[in-house]
Every structure is written in C-alpha cells, then in structure tokens.
Ligand binder design. Structure first.
Ligand SMILES: Nc1ncnc2c1ncn2[C@@H]1O[C@H](COP(=O)(O)OP(=O)(O)O)[C@@H](O)[C@H]1O
Ligand SMILES: [Mg+2]
Length: 259
C-alpha cells in the first residue's frame, strides 16, 4: 500500500502553524558523542522550541537513543554544546537535568508492574512532590489525556496492555511537569492503529503547551504529527526541515516511508 496516497498525514502535518518565534527550549550544537572509543554522533545540531513536537527519525542504530542519552546526561558530549532554555546542561548529572525539567520516557517503557497505575504516576511526580496543588493539576492533565489511567487507577501497572503501559509511561513523565518531554520510540511494540492514536495524543500534549522531542523509527507516524523533523543517518543529521516538507520529500519517501 502506498501510505502516501493517504493525504491525511500530510494534511495533519500542514495543520501545524510554524513556531519559529517561540522561545528555544533545547538546542544541541555540533554535538559529538562517543561510547568509549567508538564515536556515535558526529556534529549533531537540533533545535526544539516551546510548544513544538520535534521528531528525530532514523533507522535502527542511527544514533537516536544516543541523542537522548546525551541530552539526559547519561553520556557527556565530546564536542559541541547542549543547552536547556539557554543554560548549558552538557556533562551535568542526570538528576540535575531531571530537576531542571527534562523528562524522558525510555524505549522499553519500564513502568513499575507491581505498583498500581496511580502509584506509578505518583512516582513520576516525586521530583515535584512539594507542590501538592500542582500534583492534582498534573494528575487531571494526565487523566484528561488518558482517561483509561483514571478508570484503571487501582490496577497493577503490569496488567495493562502494551498501549496502556505506554500511556502510563508518558503520563508518569508528565507528572514531573516537564519543560521538555523526551520520548524514545513511542510506537515500539504497539499496533499500527494504536500507534496512530498514540501520536495524536503526543500532538495534544504539545498543543496543551508542552514541548516534545521524540525519536522514532516509524517515520510516517512521527512526521504526521510533528512540527519539524530531523533525519539521522549513521550519527549525522542528513536532512532537517518542516515535517510537512519531509513527509513529501522524495528521498525521505523512498528511504523511510516505503514509497
Ligand atoms: N552502550 C553502548 N556502547 C557502545 N556502542 C553502543 C552503545 N549503545 C549503542 N551503541 C551503538 O551506537 C550506535 C547507535 O545506537 P543507538 O543510539 O541506540 O541507535 P538507535 O536508537 O537509532 O537505534 C549503534 O551502532 C549501537 O550499536
Ligand atoms: Mg534506540
């Protein structure tokens, strides 16, 4: 099936007004990163502005998770700069970066299966535990986004379906009231239909005023809801632009969209 024959995704991408004037939330400039002696990222530059969904797409092994590890301080860049709202976070401890307002939903979700849904969300809010009113507000935000997390609040996280666990993982990230939400392959292990819904939910998170950067192999699903995209190949940014343009780009279509 030629998925691009379906214009819905392109329309959805086009529906996003440009946010070029919005304040910069995350900026990577010319970042190199290595695991030991193996250099994985080469001169990566990425910008994420407030209210945007930015999608970093690329094949397995392209370096997508390494970009997130670099932002989260699990890996110090060997060159270049990483700034969050104008302040350098490169080389800082992960705890400091979380406290500064970055939440990351990892690739394998890692919810707590023997805690209830509600307890999982409480764990996510721990970093802001002193703000009781904020906790209630964020719980409302998460429940409005994912009503199933309210109706299953007392069930163990481990009994949820894969899609529901992904909602819980994202909800847990939101409970920390992040300035920036990072998602590593939100489509992984989820059916195509649920993937489409999940990405619409991710769009709604940004439309509600939050800022999202996700890395994703499913280029089509990600670009369909993103404002802007970056194509990562062998640790380099091969292409960057408005998601609506990337989804129509011949090279992207042939390489990543199965056209
Ligand atoms: N801890 C590690 N040590 C050494 N090499 C790694 C490590 N993690 C990932 N790599 C390598 O880095 C490259 C990029 O990996 P990754 O960022 O996980 O890619 P992606 O998330 O795009 O699939 C791959 O070649 C992978 O084998
Ligand atoms: Mg990865």
């Amino acid at each position: 099936m030629d998925r691009l024959a379906d214009p819905a995704a392109a329309r959805m991408a086009e529906a996003q007004p440009p946010k070029d004037d919005a304040p910069m939330v995350l900026e990577l400039q010319s970042v190199d990163a290595c695991y030991g002696k193996a250099q994985i990222l080469f001169g990566i530059s990425v910008q994420v502005r407030r209210g945007e969904v930015v999608a970093v797409i690329g094949a397995n092994g392209a370096g997508k998770s390494t970009v997130l590890n670099t932002v989260m301080g699990r890996l110090a860049p060997s060159a270049g700069t990483v700034t969050l709202e104008g302040r350098s976070i490169a080389g800082q401890a992960t705890e400091a970066i979380i406290a500064a307002g970055v939440a990351c939903v990892p690739q394998r979700r890692r919810i707590f299966p023997t805690l209830t849904v509600r307890e999982n969300l409480e764990v996510g809010g721990y970093v802001r535990r002193k703000d009781k009113a904020g906790f209630a507000r964020r719980l409302d935000e998460v429940h409005a986004l994912f009503p199933v997390l309210a109706s299953k609040a007392t069930l163990m996280g481990g009994v949820l379906s894969g899609g529901e666990q992904q909602m819980l993982a994202i909800g847990r990230g939101l409970m920390s009231d992040p300035r920036l939400l990072l998602l590593d392959e939100p489509s992984m292990g989820i059916s195509p239909k649920l993937t489409t819904e999940m990405f619409r939910d991710i769009r709604r998170i940004a439309d509600g005023g939050r800022t999202v950067m996700l890395v994703e192999q499913n280029a089509y699903a990600a670009l369909a809801v993103a404002d802007r995209g970056y194509v990562l190949e062998n640790g380099r940014v091969a292409l960057a632009g408005a998601a609506a343009e990337l989804i129509r780009d011949d090279y992207v279509r042939q390489t990543y969209l199965g056209a």
